[in-house]
Write a protein that binds this ligand. Structure first.
Ligand code: BG6
Length: 316
């Protein structure tokens, strides 16, 4: 893996990525990459799906939810972490639910096109690549390159950058989501700030459009919604843990909020009956208005996750 060397104005830096990256095999023989930072934070990414399967803070506490019943066996994505939904979110047409990207084996991208220098400074990172197989082209006949960068900062913040390029001779459209399973202490103690008064599509009512009321979002039954044209910063506050997840996003106008609650939990074979209490999916996404790329064009979606003590204020 190369050293990242770059110069910007008076600033220059050399960051030895090798020191902080470990590649191992999982029990299926698939590579997984662990990023570590000196203060103790870590993140693990599987080449199966390019899925982040663990994100830990400096104290080694896991911040993402993984079901105790998760099935770690391709081709299905395991229940938890951050699966990637591409080229569709949801279940329409002939494509599989949430698209095929989360079910495919990605490769390590040794020579990704550069990003802004700020994406490299003081970060441990891995770049992954997905190209369509013959089989993928049969169900979604568009040639593309999907580059995913997963980076961990010294303070433990996790950044994911998706870059999707059209290598075809015709335009194509897609929807996208970073399907983030946050670990929470107790769903009844959690609220989301930043989605108040927004319109949303309710997946529980055939995507009918409603408007959210003025209060922060709390949970007392199944929720499966796509909030539209959301602000670029939203917060998930966990009162019991006294912890807030701050979600910063770019290029991802929508936010999916999902908790299966009791009945749906019982219907999922890879999810414990009571586990809905310990998880909440809040996804940075682009769904309502699919992204259209002309030949040669590239789209970028960026998600940054921070876990901070609960003194965070949404107007910060
Ligand atoms: C959510 C969807 O994001 O993902 C739900 O809004 C869906 O409708 C859930 O049930 C889980 O999807 P899957 O395919 O991972 O079971």
């Amino acid at each position: 893996m190369p050293l990242c060397v770059f110069e910007m104005g008076h600033f220059s830096a050399v960051w030895d990525q090798r020191a902080a990256i470990e590649i191992s095999k999982d029990w299926n023989g698939i590579d997984q990459v662990t990023l570590r930072m000196p203060r103790g934070a870590s993140a693990r990414v599987s080449l199966h799906g390019g899925q982040v399967i663990s994100w830990r803070n400096d104290r080694g506490e896991e911040l993402l939810f993984t079901s105790s019943k998760a099935i770690f066996k391709p081709p299905k994505a395991m229940r938890g972490g951050i699966p990637i939904c591409f080229p569709q979110f949801g279940n329409c047409g002939s494509l599989e639910q949430h698209g095929f990207a989360r079910n495919k084996i990605w490769t390590i991208d040794d020579d990704p096109p550069p990003l802004h220098p700020a994406e490299y400074i003081g970060k441990s990172a891995i770049d992954l690549l997905l190209k369509p197989s013959e089989e993928d082209l049969k169900c979604w006949p568009h040639c593309f390159e999907f580059r995913l960068r997963v980076a961990l900062a010294l303070n433990g913040d996790l950044t994911m950058i998706s870059r999707i390029r059209n290598l075809d001779s015709k335009p194509f459209s897609f929807s996208f989501a970073f399907h983030t399973y946050f670990s929470v202490s107790d769903i009844s103690e959690v609220r989301i700030e930043g989605l108040e008064t927004l319109d949303y599509l309710d997946n529980l009512c055939q995507r009918e459009r409603f408007t959210e009321q003025g209060d922060a979002i709390t949970f007392e039954s199944e929720v499966d919604r796509i909030y539209l044209s959301s602000p670029n910063v939203i917060a998930v506050l966990d009162h019991e843990k006294k912890q807030t997840f701050v979600i910063r996003k770019e290029g991802l106008p929508d936010v999916v909020v999902w908790n299966p609650w009791e009945k749906k939990s019982r219907s999922m074979i890879d999810f414990g009956d009571e586990e809905y209490k310990q998880m909440l999916c809040v996804d940075g996404a682009a769904i309502e208005k699919p992204i259209t790329l002309k030949p040669g064009e590239e789209w970028t979606g960026r998600l940054e996750l921070c876990a901070v003590p609960s003194s965070y204020r949404s107007e910060d």
